[in-house]
Design a protein. Structure first.
Length: 265
């Protein structure tokens, strides 16, 4: 599908009759806020799947090679070949289904990156992978009455499982120009782009707590910076699907998700 004047990913998904989430996941290198007229997007078929984690199921199209598929999905042809030992890279059949091993292995694309850095761990990445429920855990005494990350906000999605049982982080709507602020003192451990999540800042706090601020337009801090409560971290971006200015806020202890309402005052 080709991008036309005035298109957003939401409009393209509706035109193709596919869920927006599937369209986004099948086009990991596409920046939703910087679509270009004439840009081509890959439309997933009913036989394909693109979970939050890998592997994807991909259907071979005319002209496909393992190299071209790898470039599109931010992986390598070698990884695709290893995941499909019976498939011949020189004799791919149109309609053939192959497995794309992406989880934890995708490389940063030219326009928007995946979640990977030399110092990152599972605790450094936002909770986007499916999980059935949030574990119940005792919170440390330091996690009490933290301020909200925005001065002006509205909760448009609560933390919790959706209709498919996938645990979703909290989503806050705000105004244009709003800045997400640190909810507690800590150290910035990640400040970069992530596929599907825009610009992302991750802060580590005392007692193995981490906060994640995603869907940002511009990052205001650098990795290694010590921040205090209320310090600006990033400018909130506008969603091409909803036209709102939304902040995805995630709170974790040791990598395990926590309902922010247990901690925020």
């Amino acid at each position: 599908m080709q991008v036309q004047r005035g298109d957003t990913l939401g409009k393209l998904a509706a035109r193709a009759n596919v869920p927006l989430e599937r369209l986004e996941r099948f086009n990991p290198g596409v920046n939703a806020r910087r679509l270009e007229i004439g840009q081509r997007l890959l439309i997933p078929t009913q036989q394909e799947r693109a979970p939050s984690g890998g592997p994807y199921r991909y259907q071979i199209r005319p002209g496909d090679t393992f190299s071209s598929i790898a470039r599109h999905f931010g992986t390598t042809s070698g990884r695709i070949q290893s995941a499909n030992p019976s498939a011949s890279p020189t004799n791919l059949r149109i309609g053939q289904i192959v497995s794309l091993p992406l989880s934890g292995s995708a490389t940063r694309s030219s326009s928007q990156g995946s979640a990977s850095s030399s110092s990152s761990s599972s605790a450094n990445k936002p909770a986007t992978a499916p999980t059935s429920s949030a574990p119940s855990q005792a919170l440390p005494s330091s996690a009490r009455r933290w301020p909200w990350p925005l001065d002006d906000y509205r909760v448009v999605r609560r933390f919790g499982a959706d209709s498919r049982g996938t645990l979703q982080p909290m989503l806050l709507a705000t105004q244009a120009g709003a800045q997400a602020k640190a909810v507690a003192p800590g150290e910035v451990r990640f400040a970069d782009g992530m596929r599907q999540l825009g610009e992302v800042v991750i802060v580590h706090h005392a007692d193995n707590l981490q906060t994640v601020y995603a869907l940002c337009e511009r990052i205001l801090v650098e990795v290694g910076k010590q921040v205090s409560t209320g310090d600006p971290l990033c400018e909130v971006g506008q969603s091409s699907a909803t036209q709102r200015y939304d902040l995805l806020f995630d709170l974790r202890q040791g990598g395990k998700p926590i309902d922010p309402k247990q901690v925020l005052r």
